[in-house]
Every structure is written in structure tokens, then in C-alpha cells.
Design a protein around this ligand. Structure first.
Ligand SMILES: Cc1cc2nc3c(=O)[nH]c(=O)nc-3n(C[C@H](O)[C@H](O)[C@H](O)COP(=O)(O)O)c2cc1C
Length: 205
């Protein structure tokens, strides 16, 4: 089957994307509005972008209901956000944080997660996450203003908070971190079935 996006329905292409790009890591993004209202929402169009300086990116999409997301609005206002890593013990609460609620609703109490003070930025982090990243906005790359289009929000990580239990000499123990990934639809995957594969050692002439 060959699919040309230009001849397809956006929703079908969306299904192709979320079914193909798997598993996707989940950023539980914390932010605060200029008025001081906390916000929390998961984003799985999420990736690392650079390690020096450390930078991450995620994409809020435009939906039928939301032209812009609260997370994006807050980040545009304050230029800061937190990325909180989702371990399996947090999936239910992360899912509640994805509820479509008005901007004046703080998803922290709604999802029974606890705001934790950041070291450098002014927005809250998620206390229950084993890893938090304090981010300062670098750039919002506008990709499309159509339905299911979106933007790529890039932030520099100015501080990492890592639970001592999951780290040894800068190496994260994946068993202890126990992250989950997002698949297509409402399906998720665990990260416990892993294998090692060394990079090929091919000498260049
Ligand atoms: C696991 C998971 C991943 C999600 N990933 C995205 C995403 O990458 N982009 C997006 O626009 N919405 C995504 N959503 C939906 C948003 O979390 C949801 O629309 C939320 O209400 C947005 O909140 P906000 O308006 O407070 O930013 C995801 C939901 C879940 C449960």
C-alpha cells in the first residue's frame, strides 16, 4: 500500500504516524500560566534534540477542539517548562493529567500528583517522577496551522533532578526507572524486554 498524505484524510495519516513511530517516550510536561495556574499534560511526540547543550522537543498538535494547548500557551507566556519522566507506576495518574479540562483547572490535584519546586525555573515539577528536567524555551518551530498540524517546542534542559536510586555514575538503571512507551491508539508498552547490540567496528580506510 502506498499512501500520499496529500490525497489522504488527516486523521488516517495521524493513525499511520502513531502506529509507525513506536514506541514513543512520554514527556509529562509541567508548566504554569502567567496568572500562576499550574498545568500538567503528557506528550508522546517527544524526543531528545541535542546533548550539548542538552535540549528536548515535543509537539502539541491542533485538534478539532484546541487550536493551541494550555502547555503551549503557558510556555509562550513564561518561556519555561518541566519534563517529567513517566515510570509504569505513574501511568494512571499521567492518563488523568491528559484530561481535556479548561486552562483554569490545575491537573496536579486532579491527577493526584504533587508539585515540586524547581531549582532554576519558576514552574513546578512532578515530585513522583524519578527524573525531572527543568527546561527553558529555545524556540517554537511552527510546522502547520491545519487540523492535526502543530509545532515543535524546543527547550534547553538547565537542570536535571534524578532519584539517587535510579542512577550510578551517570548511568540510568532502566529496571529502576521502568519507563513506559506509547504505541498506537490507547496502547502502551513496558521497557523490560531488552537486548544488547554492540555497534559494528568497521575501520574506515
Ligand atoms: C500518553 C499520551 C501522549 C500524548 N501525546 C500528545 C502529543 O504528543 N501531542 C498532543 O498534542 N497531544 C498529546 N496527548 C494529548 C494531550 O495530553 C491532551 O490533549 C491534553 O489535554 C493537553 O493538555 P494541555 O492543553 O494542558 O497542554 C497525549 C495524551 C496521552 C495520554
Amino acid at each position: 500500500m502506498i499512501v500520499y498524505p496529500s490525497e489522504s484524510r488527516p486523521n488516517d495519516i495521524y493513525k499511520l504516524m502513531i502506529g509507525s513511530i513506536t514506541p514513543r517516550p512520554i514527556a509529562l510536561v509541567s508548566s504554569v500560566s502567567e496568572a500562576g495556574i499550574f498545568n500538567l499534560a503528557p506528550y508522546s511526540f517527544f524526543t531528545g534534540v541535542s546533548a550539548n547543550p542538552p535540549a528536548i522537543g515535543f509537539s502539541p498538535l491542533i485538534t478539532q477542539k484546541d487550536k493551541t494547548r494550555d502547555s503551549r500557551n503557558n510556555i509562550e507566556e513564561t518561556k519555561e517548562f518541566g519534563v517529567n519522566i513517566v515510570s509504569e507506576n505513574l501511568v494512571d495518574r499521567m492518563n488523568v493529567a491528559s484530561s481535556d479540562v479548561p486552562p483554569e483547572v490545575d491537573e496536579f490535584p486532579l491527577s493526584q500528583l504533587t508539585p515540586k519546586r524547581a531549582s532554576i525555573i519558576s514552574c513546578p515539577l512532578v515530585k513522583e517522577s524519578r527524573i525531572n528536567m527543568e527546561c527553558r524555551l529555545i524556540e517554537i518551530v511552527e510546522v502547520s496551522n491545519k487540523l492535526l498540524g502543530g509545532a515543535f517546542i524546543i527547550g534547553e534542559v538547565v537542570c536535571f533532578h534524578i532519584d539517587d536510586e535510579v542512577i550510578d555514575n551517570f548511568k540510568i538503571d532502566p529496571n529502576k526507572l521502568d519507563t513506559v512507551g506509547r504505541m498506537g491508539g490507547s496502547s502502551y508498552t513496558r521497557t523490560r524486554d531488552r537486548f544488547e547490540l554492540a555497534r559494528p567496528d568497521i575501520k574506515k580506510n
